[in-house]
Ligand binder design. Structure first.
Ligand code: ASP
Length: 299
């Protein structure tokens, strides 16, 4: 089977000065990972590898470069899901780890559980051999400066949807040579969120979903609203009767109509077609077709 790979780098109002970095960041992730997928890498390993690249990239709100919470700390959430088994692993409010999505995979493969949070997640990560980094290792000057400007701003809301600041959760969806699907999502959440706040990203069905009988999806956007409509599962269910692009648009329509939500989704339906849709001003994405990589900011 011809494998497929699509990634996103958040769906918000990406300011002009960050557009080039967003496009090159998502392009790089698919360019590095797709050749491996084409040579037989599993969908699960491919989404993890693509998200790892985006977590390392300080452009995005995941891993290095994540938003700070109300206390000026970084708390990371991530999910990975295997469409063969509906197995998933997730972490939430995890601190000082560069690759939360890889810890999520260990949760799925090495524990009897699906979701670990906070201190327990960090202890588990260390036990699995991940390095606990000093907090500064994930912090960028951009986010520190942004935090200083909003810290005491009584008018700031963590979900100001059309504000000029990027919300750059990352995600990847893949179908491999064997027709298996996987999805992964990783985020620093929203700016100045309450400590301990967890959004949609690590919640299976909300921030991502994968089911070999349907396809797979990763979501981004206003997490509290996305959770209400289990956006990723909703779009996967629509794949059963609509092609991917239509289903993605319909899913975003449901998000907007039912809960006044804002966000974006990427996905691959069971026939290997790509879908992407958003109702935010912009979304960063990249995918691979026979003719090569398409990367851009969809407005
Ligand atoms: N969905 C993420 C959250 O609410 C944010 C984002 O996608 O940018 O935590």
């Amino acid at each position: 089977m011809q494998p497929k790979l699509i990634v996103h780098g958040g769906a918000w109002n990406i300011p002009e000065e960050y557009v080039a970095d967003h496009i090159s960041g998502v392009r790089r992730a698919v360019e590095l990972v797709f050749p491996q997928l084409d040579s037989g890498l599993s969908a699960l390993a491919a989404v993890e590898a693509a998200v790892n690249i985006l977590e390392e990239d300080p452009t995005f709100d995941a891993g290095r470069g994540a938003f700070l919470n109300e206390k000026g700390e970084i708390e990371l959430d991530a999910l990975i899901m295997d469409g063969r088994t509906l197995g998933f692993g997730a972490v939430a409010a995890l601190q000082n780890i560069l690759h939360p999505v890889s810890v999520a995979r260990k949760v799925m493969e090495q524990t009897e559980h699906c979701l670990l949070v906070g201190k327990g997640a960090l202890e588990f990560a260390k036990k699995m051999g991940f390095t606990e980094l000093p907090p500064e290792a994930l912090l960028t000057e951009r986010e520190l400066a942004f935090f200083q400007t909003i810290k005491n701003d009584a008018t700031f809301r963590t979900h100001q949807p059309f504000d000029a600041f990027p919300m750059d959760t990352v995600g990847a969806v893949a179908m491999d040579c064997n027709g298996n699907f996987a999805a992964a999502t990783s985020t620093g959440g929203t700016a100045r969120k309450l400590a301990g706040r967890v959004g949609d990203s690590p919640i299976a069905g909300a921030g991502g979903y994968a089911d070999n009988e349907l396809g797979a999806v990763s979501a981004t956007g206003w997490g509290e609203r996305i959770m209400q409509v289990l956006l990723s599962k909703t779009v996967c269910d629509l794949f059963a009767r609509q092609e991917a692009m239509m289903a993605a648009q319909a899913g975003i329509g449901i998000l907007a109509k039912k809960v006044n939500g804002l966000g974006g989704v990427i996905g691959i339906d069971k026939n290997g077609r790509y879908g992407l849709a958003h109702n935010t001003p912009k979304m960063a994405y990249a995918y691979v077709e026979k003719k090569g990589v398409t990367a851009g900011i969809q407005a």
